[in-house]
Design a protein around this ligand. Structure first.
Ligand code: BGC
Length: 807
């Protein structure tokens, strides 16, 4: 990477999948992988286009089971553009001799550039330059601009540019036994000589998708005559033929529009797509406005650090992919946060608990976006209530994997690619997803101070989730405590006790402690709601006094398993499991990130061992500050845990089979072991860039790990913590890394925070009217009016002064 650019040189078929994912262009409404326009889906290339929130369900009979899967839909491919010389073969990368090849993603402007110089079978050398964009400010528009220049030949060139609806979801090898054809009812139409449309229907969800293209060809800047249109069964092409010579340049401008029957302000998608493509500006103008729109969006994320150049560039890449997946265009869309971005088909585009790692970043930068993502959950509250009821429980049980309507979308069987066996999948028992949603809703309110959010949606969401966990917990008379049995914790390797047919483990420490936290938080929140709203809410959801009393009891009497003084047991019985010989496995397999697959392929079972896929107990130290955890445990009558001992214990037993693990470990080590923390930070930084999970990046980026690295800088290293009584700062930024400055939005106001070592300065924006902001640093507290600066040091008393002075 160079400043603001991700560059790939040469052409490497084995690496093409990773490049396509990392060069994806998107705008929060849709995204398209960085595949070569002339390519079709095969073992090397995968040109996928995904519309945010566009899912479809298909049924497959596999390994004796009937499976219904919901997947994000691979929409018609708008990229196709190829050419041939004198009736020769159509250009394909794999059939020419490549001299120079370069792909460059401009993160500042959201433009992907490809430069090629190649020689074909007839020894003709040609240069090709392509610019591509998916427009941030016109979310239905995309464009591809191609320049072709012969170096040493003259002749007739035919350019074909099309829309291809004969696509399927075949991007992930281990899903290839599953039904993949989501698109039916293809229609192609010529709207005018240079404008053609393809429309399709998703087979089950009945979303109509229309894609229109407008093509024009110019020779040395002069427009050529209109193309001929070839209407196929499932695709439509425009073709131009012209003569060229070495001193001439052919340019093809392809403008595409994409609309669906889910859009707002729309009559029906075909005519909308035709209107958009016809009225769209030319490519140069789209580039100009694209740069303006991206510059504006980047400003919300302003951060200046003296981190190493590569780290800063990678953080910029992560921010770019976050904002391509969810952007201001998403706020109206009723979409959740897809774990793998809109960059591939891994996990079928589903929404997991990953928003827990993303919303805190957005809360402090683009709070209206995090509110929209939380609304995705709120809208699915009725279904979550139904799921709880169906399970004989109260409140709202959110699914581990969510898609269109909030039904549980986790696979009931999954394939271990290592053994080739289909296995029952019990990971849907990760009930802790609800805790993550409640935590995010609470954080959103604390960060934004938006009481309307709390009154309109947040309090109801939090109470219904609390209700669910309260009914999930049962009272165990023998220990006089409440227990939660039969769940799966964030570590997905343990889905049952060894040799036990019944799925689930008991008393996952993370789930139980967070349940106690949630019960205390919900009761407190109800106390804080204005009287009238509290009465309305309790009437609305029929919340009884005895329920609230039970929450209070849970906050005081949840059971938490310990296995040693100060060390939590991941779940009851974890420490009695067999210890794995980690060195032997490392020697035998090298990469043991997916130990679950290795063990199963050996005929063994990860449930037998003290091995964790990712942070589980340690999630507690990620979500709760030491003070908060102390408070939760103290209320329960337990002593505070020994954080370093827990970190050391579980670090030695974790395979980091999820990219989330590195983020959490960097976070929890940041204060105690900076060197190790920076190593995990580095691991998280390169996890997609270097595809450290060997092949998974090609199937989609890991959005939570990417965003988690932004949050390590934003909240962890700065020590920003949002608490009910204000913005707490506990800076821990290595002095040798120079100052860190970022502008966040807290309670609706921009705050510029500058951290150096253990010192921090916070400046409010000078313009009134803005409310007073309370900042707390150690024992010091300051109330800042507009334009004021407070300076703190962990070792000295604070100073507040009025506006204008540089921090
Ligand atoms: C992790 C989950 C995560 C999911 C989606 C899995 O590998 O174990 O914690 O939610 O990926 O990112």
């Amino acid at each position: 990477m160079t400043a603001g650019r991700l560059r790939f040189e040469g052409y490497d078929p084995d690496d093409e999948g990773r490049r396509e994912a990392l060069c994806t262009l998107g705008n929060g409404y849709f995204a398209t992988r960085g595949a070569a326009p002339e390519s079709v889906a095969d073992d090397v290339h995968y040109p996928g286009t995904y519309l945010a929130g566009c899912f479809n369900r298909l049924t497959t009979d596999v390994a004796g089971h009937r499976l219904e899967d919901e997947s994000i839909v691979n929409a018609p491919n708008w990229l196709p553009l190829t050419f041939r010389i004198d009736q020769g073969p159509w250009f394909a990368l794999d059939h020419v001799e490549i001299f120079d090849a370069e792909q460059e993603l401009d993160l500042q402007r959201g433009i992907l550039v490809r430069r090629l110089r190649f020689r074909d079978q007839h020894q003709r050398t040609t240069r090709l330059v392509q610019h591509r964009l998916v427009h941030l400010a016109h979310p239905h528009l995309a464009g591809l601009h191609t320049s072709l220049q012969p170096e040493d030949w003259s002749g007739a060139i035919t350019v074909r540019s099309g829309l291809d609806g004969a696509v399927a979801n075949t991007g992930v090898a281990r899903y290839r036994d599953l039904a993949a054809h989501h698109l039916v009812d293809h229609h192609v139409t010529e709207a005018s000589p240079d404008l053609a449309v393809l429309d399709v229907l998703t087979s089950q969800s009945r979303v109509r998708i229309a894609v229109a293209q407008r093509n024009r060809l110019l020779i040395d800047g002069t427009p050529h005559q209109a193309p001929t249109t070839d209407l196929g069964d499932k695709r439509v092409d425009h073709e131009f033929t012209c003569e060229i010579t070495p001193d001439a340049q052919v340019q093809v401008e392809k403008i595409v529009s994409l609309h669906t029957s889910r859009d707002a302000a729309s009559t029906e998608p075909v005519s909308e797509a035709v209107d958009s493509a016809r009225d769209a500006p030319e490519f140069d103008e789209l580039c100009r406005t694209q740069a303006v729109a991206w510059a504006r969006l980047h400003r919300y994320f302003s951060t200046a650090t003296s981190l190493s150049e590569p780290a800063r560039r990678t953080l910029a890449l992560h921010r770019f992919h976050l904002l391509q997946t969810v952007s201001p265009n998403s706020t109206d869309l009723d979409v959740g946060l897809p774990a793998r971005g809109l960059h591939g088909e891994a996990y079928c585009g589903h929404v997991f608990w990953d928003e827990l790692f993303v919303l805190p970043v957005l809360d402090l930068r683009l709070p209206q976006l995090s509110r929209a993502l939380l609304r995705y959950r709120y809208r699915r509250l009725p279904r979550a209530r139904g799921a709880a009821r169906h399970a004989g429980l109260d409140g709202a049980m959110f699914p581990w994997q969510s898609g269109s309507n909030g039904r549980e979308e986790s696979q009931s069987w999954h394939l271990n690619p290592r053994s080739g066996r289909w296995l029952p999948d019990h990971t849907h028992l990760q009930r802790h997803v609800g805790l993550a949603i409640a935590h995010s809703a609470r954080h959103h309110h604390l960060a934004t101070g938006d009481d309307d959010y709390l009154n309109d949606e947040g309090a109801e969401l939090i109470c219904e989730i609390t209700r669910f966990f309260s009914s999930l917990a049962t009272y165990d008379r023998s220990i006089d405590r409440y227990v939660i049995r039969g769940v799966v914790g964030p570590d997905e390797y343990h889905t049952a006790y060894p040799g036990n047919d019944a799925p689930g483990i008991d008393n996952n420490a993370y789930t139980n402690v967070m349940t106690a936290w949630l019960c205390a938080t919900a009761t407190q929140l109800l106390r804080e709601l204005p009287d009238q709203r509290r009465r309305e809410l309790t009437d609305q959801i029929d919340l009884r006094h005895n329920e609230i009393d039970r929450w209070d009891r849970l906050a005081h009497r949840m059971f938490v398993p310990f296995h040693d003084r100060g060390v939590l047991s991941q779940f009851e019985g974890y420490h009695q499991l067999t210890e794995l010989d980690w060195d032997a496995y490392r020697r035998r397999y090298g990469d043991i990130q997916r130990l679950d697959r290795i063990l199963e392929a050996e005929g063994d079972d990860p449930n037998r061992y003290q091995v964790s896929k990712q942070a589980d107990v340690l999630m507690l130290f990620y979500l709760l500050s030491a003070e908060e955890l102390d408070e939760v445990l103290g209320r329960l009558g337990y002593p505070m845990v020994d954080i370093p001992a827990n970190v050391e214990h579980y670090l030695a037993r974790t395979s980091h089979g999820s990219t989330l693990s590195a983020v959490v470990h960097a976070w929890v080590l940041a204060r105690g072991n900076r060197r190790r923390a920076l190593e995990f930070f580095e691991d998280a930084l390169v996890s997609d860039l270097h595809d450290t999970q060997h092949g998974t990046t090609a199937e989609g980026i890991h959005l939570a790990a990417m965003t988690g690295t932004l949050d390590l800088v934003q909240r962890c290293f700065t020590g920003i913590e949002i608490r009910p009584d204000g913005l707490h700062l506990n800076p821990q930024w290595p002095t040798e890394l120079g100052p860190l400055e970022l502008t966040v939005r807290y309670h609706g106001q921009p705050l510029t925070i500058r951290v150096s070592g253990r010192a921090v300065a916070v400046r409010t924006a000078p313009e009134p009217p803005a409310p007073t902001v309370t900042c707390v640093c150690g024992p010091h507290r300051a109330h800042l009016r507009p334009g004021e600066t407070a300076r703190f040091s962990m070792d000295a008393t604070p100073a507040t002064d009025s506006a204008g002075e540089p921090l």
